[in-house]
Design a protein around this ligand. Structure first.
Ligand SMILES: [Zn+2]
Length: 357
């Protein structure tokens, strides 16, 4: 490759360009700066490995040296532009050409990979896009609709609902989402969080818990699934394929109706271990903020673990929020820095607790 052309050279010091004679070789660029007729002008050499290319609408800018900031420009229509691009961005072997050389098995593999890629894309991108599109206010509206759809045949304990609601209000669980409690008469040891603010607590789990601090830990943990948007993410993921079209067209009402249809899944929604640990941490911070010892979270886990075997496991809290020994250890170590925080009894919560029992 031997090409000669005159270009605008900027030495990185002066604002105005100098005319330079450019010579392109396989290894890089040589520039003879100064009027091209002046054969005595110095020749500067720049190896291609140190050069980089930037394209604008009408110009190629070739950066020659990062330290000095020297560069030259040429018009994109200039015949030399092609040679510069070839030198700095060599074209890969054409995709189609290499495809012909593959055997049938490799082709099949590629097709399979493409399909699984599409599936992975839907399962990953749709929830991600949904989280961006859905604002907290919309999420609260959506959650309310899901909650109503789920409460259809449930028997609500109004007295306990009011009590646990005032208990939750005293904890200030979220600044963004209005946390709304519903206590359902059901002996299963269960509780779950609906996107946007609703927390459903079964009388079975209230009966099992041993102290007001454990109730605070439970509410802190469930509220964290809402504030950290775990619930929304899980709902979006489980409905991802159906949601794709609505997300692509930014159709919020379409998204909402599909999610309400999928509401039932929330009752037995399983979160990833990292989401559970995250919810434990956020919940423990809520405890500390309310002068409750953060190890109440660990106590709650142990209480529920001890009571788990006698309970139906399908919908129980333990199967959807498994308190693995790892999670207990994680909670223990998270609590260490808070061991000297100040803790105090709370007469309001204590009296609510006595009313509940
Ligand atoms: Zn959980």
């Amino acid at each position: 490759m031997e090409v000669l052309n005159s270009v605008q050279y900027f030495d990185g010091l002066q604002a105005s360009p100098q005319l330079a004679l450019l010579h392109i070789s396989e290894a890089g660029f040589s520039l003879q700066v100064g009027p091209i007729w002046n054969a005595g002008a110095p020749v500067l050499y720049f190896p291609k490995a140190e050069c980089s290319l930037q394209k604008t609408d009408h110009q190629l800018i070739v950066f020659l040296n990062k330290k000095t900031g020297a560069y030259f420009t040429v018009d994109t229509h200039d015949p030399i532009a092609v040679a510069i691009i070839q030198l700095l961005q060599p074209v890969e072997k054409s995709f189609a050409t290499s495809l012909f050389k593959l055997n049938a098995f490799s082709l099949l593999l590629i097709v399979l990979l493409l399909f699984s890629g599409v599936y992975w894309g839907i399962a990953t991108v749709v929830p991600w896009a949904g989280l961006k599109i859905i604002k907290p206010e919309t999420e609260t509206e959506l959650g309310q609709k899901m909650h109503e759809a789920m409460m259809g045949d449930a028997s609500v304990d109004k007295r306990k609902t009011a009590l646990v609601q005032s208990f939750a209000n005293s904890l200030e669980l979220s600044k963004i989402y209005p946390i709304k409690i519903t206590v359902v008469k059901n002996q299963e040891v269960n509780a779950y969080a609906i996107p946007g603010g609703n927390i459903v607590v079964y009388t079975g789990i209230l009966r099992t818990m041993q102290s007001p601090d454990e109730l605070a830990a439970l509410l802190g943990h469930e509220a964290a699934h809402i504030t950290e948007r775990h619930s929304l993410r899980s709902v979006l993921r489980s409905a991802a394929t159906g949601l794709m079209i609505s997300v692509i067209f930014n159709d919020v009402s379409g998204i909402l109706s599909i999610l309400v249809e999928n509401a039932e899944g929330l009752r037995s929604m399983q979160f990833s271990r990292s989401m559970e640990e995250n919810a434990d941490e956020v919940g423990m911070k809520v405890l500390v903020k309310n002068k409750i010892h953060p190890l109440a979270m660990k106590k709650l886990m142990l209480t529920l673990k001890d009571n788990a075997p006698e309970m139906p496991t399908v919908l129980s809290f333990m199967s959807t929020h498994p308190a693995t020994d790892d999670r207990i250890k994680h909670a223990e170590s998270f609590a260490i820095p808070y061991k000297n925080s100040s803790f105090a009894a709370n007469p309001l919560r204590d009296s609510i607790w006595r009313e509940l029992k």
